[in-house]
Design a protein around this ligand. Structure first.
Ligand code: ITT
Length: 184
């Protein structure tokens, strides 16, 4: 089965392919900008985004909205993660965390799929902490500063580990399971 993935982020497409193609789902990148309402939950952004894209294409399509929620910052940057990464970057996040001992954070991914009137939503999360400094060169975005629980390595130092436990892996596994062998 072939599915469109509407995103402006090539790295997300690469990871979605690694996760879905072994399950028989061919992921095709649809580069399209969809309006992202400035609301504070990822699910609304993903639901509205996928409806917008489905209206345009008429083809089965999914989008994914993700965010990094830092406990000590009351969940910031959360739904504003893309903006914050683009403006402050990882250096800015580390600066905000200076002197903070509680470094717990959660990466969350919301995948929304539409192939008709309804939208199905699948959520994945991974808990971890914000590193003291940038480490590693793989991946993208916040990967050099996020250490998943139970390992000492950032996502950027351990891309295989990332692929096994990431928020995107968990959301897409749940999506693939929902699709089942008959759809996939
Ligand atoms: P879309 O076009 O799909 O929206 P985007 O890059 O704007 O692509 P998001 O709004 O979902 O995506 O991104 C939230 C931010 O979190 C953005 O800065 C990403 O780089 C970052 N991010 C998302 N997933 C990540 C991951 O697996 N590792 C590191 N950073 C990630």
């Amino acid at each position: 089965m072939r599915l469109l993935f509407a995103t402006g982020n090539e790295d997300k497409v690469r990871e979605a392919r690694e996760i879905l193609e072994p399950k028989g789902v061919k992921v095709e990148h649809l580069e399209i900008d969809y309006p992202e309402p400035q609301v504070d939950d990822l699910e609304t952004v993903a639901r509205e985004g996928v409806r917008y894209v489905f209206r345009k294409t008429g083809e089965p399509v999914f989008v994914e909205d993700s965010g990094l929620f830092v406990d000590a910052l009351n969940g910031f940057p959360g739904p504003y993660s893309a903006y914050v990464h683009g403006t402050l970057g990882n250096g800015g996040l580390l600066k905000l965390m200076e002197g903070i001992r509680d470094r717990r954070a959660t990466f969350r991914s919301v995948v929304a799929f539409c192939d008709g009137p309804g939208v199905s939503v699948h959520v994945g999360e991974v808990e971890g902490e914000i590193a003291g400094e940038r480490r590693g060169t793989a991946g993208f975005g916040y990967d050099p500063v996020f250490i998943p629980e139970g390992t000492g390595s950032t996502f950027a130092e351990d891309p295989e580990g990332k692929s096994a436990v990431s928020h995107r892996r968990r959301a897409l596994d749940s999506f693939a399971e929902w699709m089942g062998p008959s759809r996939a």
